[in-house]
Each structure stands twice: as structure tokens, then as C-alpha cells.
Design a binder for this molecule. Sequence first.
Ligand code: DC
Length: 221
Amino acid sequence: MSFVVAIDGPAGSGKGTITKLVGEKLGLMNIDSGATFRCVALNMLQENIKLEEEAKINEMLDKINIEMKENGKIFLNGNDVTQRIRENDVNNFVSQVSTIKIVRSKLLNVQRNIAKGKNVIMEGRDIGTSVFPNANVKIFLDASAEERAKRRQKQNEEKGIKTSYEEVLENIIDRDKRDSTREISPLKQAKDAIYVDTTNMTIEEVVEKIIQIIENKKECD
Ligand code: DC
């Protein structure tokens, strides 16, 4: 029997950082479901497939092979794309790709297969609502849009990417809107998820809180 922790939340809520740290501390495989959407977006860019070309997307999805290694490396059709899927062209395209119905249904199986038989902590937008509706623990991480923009801006600065705070905030608000209003599997808190507002919390405090929630759940099961 595998143990599944689902972490959902909007862009910049700290899901990536928190999931990685909690996974390491509790020995759970860390799965970033956004990376699977990024792989599809990259494959479409590589094959020059447009959003509206459904037949070509279908054909590409039939052949696609996405692997996630225990060390966090991501392979698309046999090539290591761990860094490549974080580049700007993919950033700018992935949100639209994630609204395509056939992409979501294909990736649902990919995400479930990656986790099969393992103890995992998976982060995304719809893990507790649609990928693993029976997850052992469901957490919805949130923070104010202003705080999330501040965090993203800091990350950009560290990476040497020049952006203004206003630009980042606008992008966060746009993505929130697109992710939460899309027709299929929108970003939404699962009814049985625990809501954690991280606006005024440090990373260490959030990690501690999540570990506590998971440990409590294990004791009750
Ligand atoms: O978390 P991220 O920025 O790597 O996600 C990339 C895109 O994929 C994001 O725009 C929303 C989408 N996504 C999704 O729709 N469902 C998920 N479970 C994870 C990501």
C-alpha cells in the first residue's frame, strides 16, 4: 500500500520548496506534477505544434515518454530536460497547454503511474481533487498574491532574471485567474484538504506544520 500526500496551491505559494523539504525529511518521493505539463509544452515547441492542432497533439501524446527519477531528474523521450523545462519559452507556453483536455487526461495516467506503489508527496493544482482524490493527506498551500509576487521576484533576482515587482504581480494574478477558471480540473481546494496560509510564515515553520499534519494523520489511520 502506498502513502500519498497531495500538496496543491497557486503559483508562488511555496509548493515546490516545501514539498522537496518535507519529502526529504519523511523519505517520500517528491513528484512535481507541473513538470509533466512542462514536458508536453516542450515537446510541442520542439515539434512546432500549435495549441489548436488537436490531431498532432494526440499523435505526439501517443508517443511521449516522461520519466521522473528518484533523484529528481526529468527525462522527455530519453533526454534529460530537468533544466530545459524551466526556460522562458516553456514558462510562457505551459499554462495554455495545461488547459487542453487530451493533455490533462493523458497526464493523469502518467502522474498516477509515476507514483504507483511508492510513498510520495506530489505537488500541483489538482492532486487532491483529481489525480489522487483518495490521498492519505491533502494540503492546500496559499499566500496573498502580493507575498507570492515578492517571493517570485526574489527568486528571479537570485537567478539574475530582471523583472519588476509590478510585472511579477500582474503575471501571478493572471495565472491565478487562468488556473482557477479553466474548465477541466481547475485550481481548487479539495473539500477534505487542510488550508495553510503561508503569508506570514517562514519556510521552516511551514515545513514543520506540514510534517505535524502528516504525522497526526498517520497516527489516526
Ligand atoms: O507548477 P508549475 O509552474 O511548474 O506548473 C506549470 C503549469 O502547469 C501551470 O501553469 C499550471 C499547470 N499545472 C496544472 O494545471 N496542474 C497541475 N497539477 C500542475 C501544474
